[in-house]
Design a protein around this ligand. Structure first.
Ligand code: ATP
Ligand code: MG
Length: 428
């Protein structure tokens, strides 16, 4: 070998075929479940103007402050790989004047996100999110529906041991008082804060509650709770969300430490957290209400709520709890002998079966029948059959069920229907 290997970028991973069935199950379940609630799919670009994230997510956040892949395109426009999906969805809502069609828009998305974080278990530089946004509803019913759809998705995808934690951050009426309470609380401990957190105490004290610095985490644990500073309207909203979830049988815990890492949240915030299996990266999904962001990004004042789920973290849980079975071909079709007539007939038969919706792998190399059957087993085929001159003359072929070794002779012209019949009668 002459060339040196080039590996994938640190923190970015291939999804190999062995893992694909589980990811497909996650994606299919998500599309189906979000469809049940009327969420429609949106796909936005992977690259956006950097200003979108700076304004939408907030400059003081970890995501914008240190995790973005940003570059200046041909020396002109500052661009960034998207670190999350909400800012892009809001941009699209505003850019396409969606409120003129109907202020209520319910969107679902799936795709890769990029953050230049220190890679580790459950933490990557390219990762995937499933998310949803519900625009145009201030009523607590939107919060209830958003949380209920995530809960249903997690249930139907088959994961267990994931708990819902909720909090309310209050609104524009209660935020200044709470902010002041935080400044009062943290200021006497200022010398224990790192440089960034000391800065944040002045610019954005709420961010301290989300600090990953152990000394600050400890302090934050005893900080005043947002729940003690809610305006009457925010308190009533939070109560309605809790009542709605209880009525739907969605279990939750109230946890005042859920402030979330992004600046844009108001009122309800929530996380779905794995109780085991993910180590310190245990948050599978997070979300909340962001009533100010659409206006902040140039749209009409529009309340909204959304969530995002880390697919890698969910897949890690499911690999242990409910792994996906690999589905092999229905038929492996081999050939015996090297004549063109045999090869061409095998290719034709395979096509006929595929036209009938059957999954067929046909041998691609002139190797011995033994080798071909080894491959049939390796690819986990349900049935195998071998075409040779004898089969062409008799017009029949033997379908062998690999699990049992049982053979059934069938007419070549009947191969698709005979195979279909066997597949449906045979216990899987
Ligand atoms: P964390 O506290 O773990 O850094 P976050 O608050 O930055 O999470 P969000 O921006 O809310 O995460 O993203 C929602 C979900 O996306 C997270 O709960 C997680 O499952 C997933 N996620 C976020 N960052 C990463 C990453 N670097 N690698 C893998 N998954 C991630
Ligand atoms: Mg993070």
């Amino acid at each position: 070998m002459s060339g040196t290997r080039i590996n994938a970028v640190k923190g970015m991973h291939d999804l190999l075929p062995e893992s694909a069935p589980l990811w497909q199950r996650i994606e299919t379940t998500a599309r189906r479940v979000f469809g049940l609630y009327g969420f429609e799919e949106i796909r936005t670009p992977l690259v956006e103007p950097t200003a979108l994230f700076v304004r939408g997510i907030g400059e003081d956040t970890d995501v914008v402050g240190k995790e973005m892949y940003s570059f200046v395109d041909k020396g002109e426009e500052p661009l960034s790989l998207r670190p999350e999906g909400t800012a892009s969805a809001v941009r699209a809502y505003v850019e396409h004047d969606r409120h003129t069609i109907d202020p209520i828009q319910k969107w679902f998305y799936y795709g890769p996100m990029f953050r230049r974080e220190r890679p580790g278990k459950g933490r990557y530089r390219q990762f995937h999110q499933i998310g949803a946004e519900l625009f145009g509803v201030a009523d607590p019913r939107a919060d209830i529906e958003m949380i209920a759809v995530v809960h249903r998705f997690l249930t139907e995808v088959g994961v267990s041991g994931v708990v819902l934690r909720m909090n309310s951050l209050g609104d524009a009426d209660s935020r200044p008082a709470y902010r002041e309470a935080l400044v009062q609380y943290f200021t006497p401990h200022e010398e224990r804060l790192g440089e960034t957190d000391r800065q944040r105490l002045k610019t954005n004290p709420l961010r301290l509650l989300d600090s990953k610095d152990p000394a600050v985490v400890e302090l934050a644990g005893r900080a005043p709770s947002t729940l003690d500073h809610l305006s009457p309207a925010s308190a009533a909203h939070f109560q309605a969300v809790k009542d709605g979830l209880s009525a739907l049988g969605v279990p939750f815990e109230v946890d005042p430490s859920i402030v979330r890492g992004l600046d844009y949240y108001t009122r309800t915030t929530f996380e779905f957290v794995a109780t085991s299996g993910l180590g310190s990266q245990s948050t599978v999904a997070g979300g909340g209400r962001y009533d100010g962001m659409v206006a902040e990004l140039g749209g009409p004042p529009t309340p909204a709520i959304g969530f995002a789920l880390g697919v890698e973290r969910l897949a890690m849980l499911l690999e242990v709890q409910a792994p996906a079975a690999k589905r092999g071909p229905d038929l492996f079709l081999g050939t015996h002998g090297e004549g063109d007539a045999v090869t061409l007939r095998a290719l034709q038969l395979a096509e006929t079966c595929r036209t009938a919706g059957l999954r067929v792998e046909v041998t691609l190399k002139p190797v011995g029948v033994g080798k071909q059957l080894q491959r049939a087993n390796r690819v986990n085929a349900r049935f195998a059959a071998v075409v040779g001159d004898g089969e062409l003359q008799s017009g029949t072929i033997k379908l062998k069920e690999l699990a049992t070794g049982r053979e059934t002779p069938v007419l070549l012209v009947d191969l698709p229907s005979a195979l279909r019949g066997l597949l449906e009668n045979v216990t899987p």
